[in-house]
Design a protein around this ligand. Structure first.
Ligand SMILES: *Cc1c(COP(=O)(O)O)cnc(C)c1O
Length: 323
């Protein structure tokens, strides 16, 4: 028995629940990438997932388990990023009302995309108002259920289906590289990987400027940092979760960091060599593979590419400056 938030059975149940609605994303390989590291890389392309990132998996798995009463009232979350769109799309598919709290200065395209999925967007002033307090008040007043972006067992189990699909498709791996923000994806993927191939080393990868996960992993207690300045906007989290951290401590082998310059160079590699668009946060795992801090020679390496949602003007300027 374990007192951890999720088991492999939870990931398997999540997979059965979401499989009819989520894309089974492709696994790409590249001779050029393999030659760079001397091993075999398997890129799990969640940039091709519905709404453009893996967040659909956890969001759908969470809302699909609402009671009839929860469904009747609706779901609320706060995020200006991929989780908001994952919740909005999942809620629409399940016929549930979604309320998304977003900062007043969120990019207009993100607000429009979220509204486009049928969600109600409530704007707040991120410098003047406390987002958690507003979220709780909205939840209380309207009977909404709050689904946070990572620290929730159903979200974690849903994200773990990424690694389950990858390993079931390509077979056992020696190493699995997973981008790390709040740890929903890493905790789920580690749970799946350790069940399916116990010898696989599971490694989380964070932006250098936001290494709270590495500090937490190595010290054994959750370390909090200020909002980090990095181009990896999906990993600007300040701390791991109360559910995700114990799972990561137990099932993950290490946490590494990469620089913004490495992320930009990796983004350019994917565009030029593999003709795919991966957002900066989505490049974390691959940048660690290319960075040379791991000996991957002769190894079978899974790399999760988490998402492809990046504004085209921003993409162009990051690529233009990249090595
Ligand atoms: C949310 C997100 C992450 C980080 O996931 P966590 O579960 O918070 O660790 C990585 N990449 C992308 C594209 C994301 O949207």
């Amino acid at each position: 028995m374990t007192d951890l938030a999720i088991s492999f059975e939870d990931v398997a149940a999540a997979h059965a629940r979401i499989a009819p609605f989520a894309h089974r994303t492709p696994v790409l390989t590249s001779t050029t990438a393999d030659a760079l590291v001397g091993g075999s890389l398997f890129f799990k392309c969640e940039n091709f997932q519905r709404m453009g990132a893996f967040k659909f998996r956890g969001a759908y798995n969470a809302i699909a388990q609402f009671t009839p009463e929860q469904r009747a009232h609706g779901v609320v979350t706060f995020s200006s990023g991929n989780h908001a769109q994952g919740i909005a799309l999942s809620a629409r598919l399940l016929g549930v009302k979604a309320v998304i709290l977003m900062p007043i200065d969120a990019p207009a395209t993100k607000v429009a995309a979220t509204r486009g999925y049928g969600a109600e967007v409530v704007l707040y002033d991120r410098y003047g108002e406390d987002r958690d307090a507003i979220g709780r008040r909205l939840a209380d007043e309207r009977g909404l259920t709050l689904i946070p972006p990572y620290d929730h067992p159903h979200v974690m189990a849903g994200q773990g289906t990424v690694a389950k699909e990858l390993i079931e498709e390509v077979g056992p791996l020696d190493v699995l590289l997973v981008p790390l923000g709040g740890g929903g994806l890493l905790s789920g993927c580690a749970t799946a990987a350790k069940a399916l191939c116990p010898d696989c080393r599971v490694i989380g990868v964070e932006p250098e400027a936001g290494n709270d996960g590495q500090l937490s992993f190595r010290s054994g207690a959750i370390v909090r940092i200020d909002t980090p300045k990095t181009i990896a906007d999906g990993a600007q989290t300040q701390f791991l979760g109360n559910y995700t951290f114990p799972v990561i401590r137990q099932r993950v082998d290490d946490v590494l960091t990469v620089s913004d310059a490495e992320l930009a160079a990796t983004m350019k590699f994917f565009a030029m060599r593999m003709k795919i668009i991966v957002e900066p946060t989505g490049c974390l795992g691959a940048a660690a593979a290319f960075g040379g801090q791991l000996d991957l020679r002769g190894k079978r390496v899974g790399v999760v590419l988490t998402g492809g949602n990046v504004d085209m003007a921003r993409f162009a300027s990051l690529i233009a400056d990249a090595a």
